[in-house]
Design a protein around this ligand. Sequence first.
Ligand code: BTN
Length: 246
Amino acid sequence: IGRKIYYFDTIDSTNKKAKEIALEEVEGTIVISEEQTLGRGRLGRGWVSPKGKGIWMSIILKPQIDPMKVAKITQIGAAAVSLALEDLDIKSYIKWPNDIVINRKKVCGILTEMSCELNMINYVIMGIGINVNLDKQDFRGEIENVGTSLKVETGKKISRKKLLGLFLNRFEELYTSFINKDNFEDTLKICRNKSILIGKEVRIIKGRDEKSGKVVGINDEGELLVDYGENKVENIMSGEVSVRGL
Ligand code: BTN
Protein backbone atom coordinates (compact mmCIF):
# COMPACT_ATOMS: atom_id res chain seq x y z
CA ILE A 1 0.00 0.00 0.00
CA GLY A 2 1.32 3.44 -0.92
CA ARG A 3 4.23 2.37 -3.15
CA LYS A 4 2.91 4.82 -5.70
CA ILE A 5 1.46 8.13 -4.62
CA TYR A 6 -0.25 10.88 -6.60
CA TYR A 7 0.03 14.07 -4.60
CA PHE A 8 -1.99 17.19 -5.39
CA ASP A 9 -2.07 20.65 -3.95
CA THR A 10 -5.69 20.98 -4.91
CA ILE A 11 -8.18 18.71 -6.63
CA ASP A 12 -11.96 18.36 -6.91
CA SER A 13 -12.13 14.95 -5.26
CA THR A 14 -9.45 12.29 -4.71
CA ASN A 15 -12.09 9.58 -5.18
CA LYS A 16 -13.00 10.98 -8.57
CA LYS A 17 -9.34 11.14 -9.62
CA ALA A 18 -8.66 7.64 -8.32
CA LYS A 19 -11.57 6.28 -10.36
CA GLU A 20 -10.16 7.87 -13.50
CA ILE A 21 -6.77 6.19 -13.16
CA ALA A 22 -7.74 2.98 -11.35
CA LEU A 23 -7.77 0.61 -14.32
CA GLU A 24 -4.18 1.45 -15.29
CA GLU A 25 -2.77 1.65 -11.79
CA VAL A 26 -1.40 -1.03 -9.49
CA GLU A 27 -3.08 -2.07 -6.29
CA GLY A 28 -2.23 0.17 -3.37
CA THR A 29 -1.79 3.36 -5.38
CA ILE A 30 -2.77 6.41 -3.36
CA VAL A 31 -4.26 9.71 -4.47
CA ILE A 32 -3.88 12.39 -1.84
CA SER A 33 -4.49 16.13 -1.86
CA GLU A 34 -3.91 19.08 0.44
CA GLU A 35 -7.37 20.33 -0.42
CA GLN A 36 -10.55 19.14 -2.15
CA THR A 37 -12.89 21.60 -3.78
CA LEU A 38 -15.66 19.06 -4.26
CA GLY A 39 -15.10 16.40 -1.62
CA ARG A 40 -17.81 13.75 -1.65
CA GLY A 41 -19.35 12.00 1.34
CA ARG A 42 -21.70 9.06 1.69
CA LEU A 43 -25.38 9.27 0.71
CA GLY A 44 -24.67 12.07 -1.77
CA ARG A 45 -23.42 14.47 0.83
CA GLY A 46 -20.38 16.75 0.50
CA TRP A 47 -17.18 16.62 2.54
CA VAL A 48 -15.49 19.76 3.82
CA SER A 49 -11.77 19.45 2.94
CA PRO A 50 -9.86 22.68 3.65
CA LYS A 51 -6.26 23.09 2.59
CA GLY A 52 -3.54 21.55 4.72
CA LYS A 53 -5.85 20.68 7.58
CA GLY A 54 -6.74 17.07 6.98
CA ILE A 55 -5.87 13.80 5.32
CA TRP A 56 -7.92 13.60 2.13
CA MET A 57 -6.99 10.49 0.25
CA SER A 58 -8.16 7.56 -1.82
CA ILE A 59 -6.58 4.14 -2.05
CA ILE A 60 -6.93 2.05 -5.20
CA LEU A 61 -7.44 -1.62 -4.34
CA LYS A 62 -7.92 -4.65 -6.54
CA PRO A 63 -9.06 -7.45 -4.26
CA GLN A 64 -10.11 -10.65 -5.97
CA ILE A 65 -13.03 -11.28 -3.68
CA ASP A 66 -16.80 -11.59 -3.95
CA PRO A 67 -18.11 -8.03 -4.60
CA MET A 68 -20.64 -8.66 -1.80
CA LYS A 69 -17.74 -8.65 0.64
CA VAL A 70 -16.36 -5.23 -0.24
CA ALA A 71 -18.08 -3.62 2.76
CA LYS A 72 -15.56 -5.51 4.88
CA ILE A 73 -12.73 -3.52 3.32
CA THR A 74 -14.36 -0.31 4.51
CA GLN A 75 -14.51 -1.78 8.00
CA ILE A 76 -10.83 -2.68 7.76
CA GLY A 77 -10.20 0.99 6.91
CA ALA A 78 -12.21 2.18 9.89
CA ALA A 79 -10.42 -0.23 12.23
CA ALA A 80 -7.04 0.94 10.90
CA VAL A 81 -7.89 4.61 11.47
CA SER A 82 -9.00 3.90 15.01
CA LEU A 83 -5.82 1.90 15.73
CA ALA A 84 -3.62 4.62 14.25
CA LEU A 85 -5.29 7.14 16.57
CA GLU A 86 -4.70 4.81 19.49
CA ASP A 87 -1.02 4.73 18.47
CA LEU A 88 -1.10 8.50 19.10
CA ASP A 89 -2.90 7.99 22.43
CA ILE A 90 -6.14 9.36 21.05
CA LYS A 91 -9.21 7.38 22.05
CA SER A 92 -11.84 7.06 19.37
CA TYR A 93 -14.93 4.99 18.64
CA ILE A 94 -16.21 3.38 15.49
CA LYS A 95 -19.75 4.22 14.52
CA TRP A 96 -20.69 1.26 12.34
CA PRO A 97 -19.97 0.80 9.57
CA ASN A 98 -17.27 3.35 8.93
CA ASP A 99 -17.32 6.58 10.86
CA ILE A 100 -14.77 7.37 13.51
CA VAL A 101 -16.10 9.49 16.33
CA ILE A 102 -14.70 11.29 19.33
CA ASN A 103 -17.04 12.79 21.93
CA ARG A 104 -19.92 11.64 19.71
CA LYS A 105 -18.75 13.77 16.81
CA LYS A 106 -17.27 12.58 13.56
CA VAL A 107 -13.53 12.94 12.91
CA CYS A 108 -13.28 10.58 9.97
CA GLY A 109 -15.48 9.23 7.22
CA ILE A 110 -14.91 6.61 4.55
CA LEU A 111 -16.49 6.48 1.11
CA THR A 112 -15.88 3.22 -0.72
CA GLU A 113 -16.78 2.93 -4.38
CA MET A 114 -16.44 -0.11 -6.58
CA SER A 115 -16.43 -1.08 -10.22
CA CYS A 116 -17.23 -4.66 -11.12
CA GLU A 117 -18.19 -6.73 -14.13
CA LEU A 118 -19.68 -10.24 -14.23
CA ASN A 119 -19.24 -10.50 -10.48
CA MET A 120 -15.51 -9.72 -10.76
CA ILE A 121 -14.06 -6.63 -9.16
CA ASN A 122 -12.20 -4.24 -11.46
CA TYR A 123 -11.25 -1.96 -8.62
CA VAL A 124 -12.30 -0.61 -5.27
CA ILE A 125 -11.67 3.00 -4.28
CA MET A 126 -11.50 3.56 -0.57
CA GLY A 127 -11.73 7.28 0.09
CA ILE A 128 -10.78 8.40 3.57
CA GLY A 129 -11.21 11.81 5.06
CA ILE A 130 -9.62 12.50 8.44
CA ASN A 131 -10.31 15.85 10.07
CA VAL A 132 -6.90 16.41 11.62
CA ASN A 133 -6.22 20.09 12.24
CA LEU A 134 -9.49 21.73 11.29
CA ASP A 135 -10.68 24.52 13.54
CA LYS A 136 -14.10 24.95 15.10
CA GLN A 137 -14.96 27.55 12.43
CA ASP A 138 -14.43 24.98 9.69
CA PHE A 139 -17.58 23.17 10.83
CA ARG A 140 -20.37 25.43 9.72
CA GLY A 141 -23.99 24.86 8.81
CA GLU A 142 -25.37 21.36 9.01
CA ILE A 143 -22.08 19.83 10.15
CA GLU A 144 -21.67 22.22 13.07
CA ASN A 145 -22.88 19.73 15.65
CA VAL A 146 -21.87 16.50 13.97
CA GLY A 147 -18.31 17.10 12.78
CA THR A 148 -15.13 17.74 14.70
CA SER A 149 -11.37 17.42 14.32
CA LEU A 150 -8.55 15.83 16.27
CA LYS A 151 -7.22 19.30 17.05
CA VAL A 152 -10.55 20.54 18.39
CA GLU A 153 -10.98 17.44 20.56
CA THR A 154 -7.42 17.10 21.87
CA GLY A 155 -6.45 20.78 21.90
CA LYS A 156 -3.26 19.84 20.07
CA LYS A 157 -2.05 20.11 16.52
CA ILE A 158 -1.37 16.63 15.17
CA SER A 159 1.23 15.73 12.52
CA ARG A 160 -0.65 14.59 9.42
CA LYS A 161 2.48 12.88 8.15
CA LYS A 162 2.86 10.81 11.29
CA LEU A 163 -0.80 9.86 11.38
CA LEU A 164 -0.76 8.92 7.71
CA GLY A 165 2.24 6.64 8.26
CA LEU A 166 0.62 4.96 11.25
CA PHE A 167 -2.62 4.48 9.34
CA LEU A 168 -0.91 2.94 6.30
CA ASN A 169 0.97 0.47 8.49
CA ARG A 170 -2.19 -0.54 10.33
CA PHE A 171 -4.23 -0.78 7.16
CA GLU A 172 -1.66 -2.82 5.26
CA GLU A 173 -1.45 -5.33 8.09
CA LEU A 174 -5.21 -5.87 8.41
CA TYR A 175 -5.83 -5.74 4.66
CA THR A 176 -3.13 -8.24 3.62
CA SER A 177 -4.17 -10.60 6.37
CA PHE A 178 -7.76 -10.42 5.11
CA ILE A 179 -6.80 -10.96 1.46
CA ASN A 180 -4.11 -13.59 1.97
CA LYS A 181 -5.41 -15.47 4.97
CA ASP A 182 -9.12 -14.68 4.87
CA ASN A 183 -8.62 -13.18 8.32
CA PHE A 184 -11.46 -10.79 9.11
CA GLU A 185 -11.49 -11.71 12.81
CA ASP A 186 -8.79 -9.22 13.76
CA THR A 187 -10.79 -6.41 12.18
CA LEU A 188 -14.01 -7.63 13.81
CA LYS A 189 -12.40 -7.65 17.21
CA ILE A 190 -11.41 -4.01 16.81
CA CYS A 191 -14.79 -2.98 15.38
CA ARG A 192 -16.63 -4.66 18.25
CA ASN A 193 -14.27 -3.34 20.89
CA LYS A 194 -14.45 0.22 19.69
CA SER A 195 -18.09 0.20 18.70
CA ILE A 196 -20.08 3.16 19.94
CA LEU A 197 -23.38 1.57 18.89
CA ILE A 198 -23.44 -1.79 20.64
CA GLY A 199 -25.97 -1.65 23.47
CA LYS A 200 -27.52 1.59 22.23
CA GLU A 201 -31.02 2.42 21.06
CA VAL A 202 -30.87 3.66 17.48
CA ARG A 203 -32.97 4.63 14.50
CA ILE A 204 -32.17 2.85 11.27
CA ILE A 205 -33.00 5.03 8.30
CA LYS A 206 -33.25 3.44 4.88
CA GLY A 207 -34.58 5.90 2.33
CA ARG A 208 -37.98 6.89 3.73
CA ASP A 209 -38.23 3.91 6.00
CA GLU A 210 -37.32 4.49 9.63
CA LYS A 211 -37.24 1.94 12.43
CA SER A 212 -36.07 2.02 16.03
CA GLY A 213 -34.28 -0.79 17.76
CA LYS A 214 -31.40 -1.73 19.99
CA VAL A 215 -28.00 -2.67 18.61
CA VAL A 216 -27.03 -6.02 20.10
CA GLY A 217 -23.82 -6.70 18.22
CA ILE A 218 -21.90 -7.13 14.99
CA ASN A 219 -21.96 -10.60 13.41
CA ASP A 220 -19.03 -12.45 11.85
CA GLU A 221 -19.85 -10.94 8.47
CA GLY A 222 -19.52 -7.46 9.91
CA GLU A 223 -23.25 -6.79 9.76
CA LEU A 224 -25.01 -4.82 12.46
CA LEU A 225 -27.43 -6.82 14.61
CA VAL A 226 -30.47 -4.81 15.61
CA ASP A 227 -33.18 -6.01 17.96
CA TYR A 228 -36.54 -4.53 17.02
CA GLY A 229 -38.27 -6.06 20.02
CA GLU A 230 -40.22 -9.30 20.44
CA ASN A 231 -36.97 -11.14 19.73
CA LYS A 232 -36.89 -9.89 16.19
CA VAL A 233 -33.19 -9.44 15.50
CA GLU A 234 -32.24 -8.31 12.02
CA ASN A 235 -28.82 -8.10 10.45
CA ILE A 236 -28.19 -4.93 8.57
CA MET A 237 -25.73 -4.60 5.73
CA SER A 238 -23.83 -1.38 5.46
CA GLY A 239 -25.38 -0.24 2.14
CA GLU A 240 -27.57 2.77 2.17
CA VAL A 241 -28.56 2.98 5.79
CA SER A 242 -27.94 5.75 8.19
CA VAL A 243 -27.83 5.00 11.91
CA ARG A 244 -28.75 7.69 14.41
CA GLY A 245 -28.96 7.83 18.14
CA LEU A 246 -32.44 8.28 19.63
C1 BTN B 1 -18.62 10.08 4.72
O1 BTN B 1 -19.63 10.61 4.26
O2 BTN B 1 -18.55 9.80 5.91
C2 BTN B 1 -17.47 9.73 3.82
C3 BTN B 1 -16.52 10.87 3.63
C4 BTN B 1 -15.35 10.52 2.74
C5 BTN B 1 -14.46 11.71 2.45
C6 BTN B 1 -13.22 11.32 1.70
S1 BTN B 1 -12.03 12.61 1.63
C7 BTN B 1 -11.10 11.75 0.43
C8 BTN B 1 -12.08 11.07 -0.49
N1 BTN B 1 -12.45 11.91 -1.60
C9 BTN B 1 -13.74 12.27 -1.55
O3 BTN B 1 -14.30 13.03 -2.37
N2 BTN B 1 -14.33 11.73 -0.48
C10 BTN B 1 -13.41 10.89 0.26
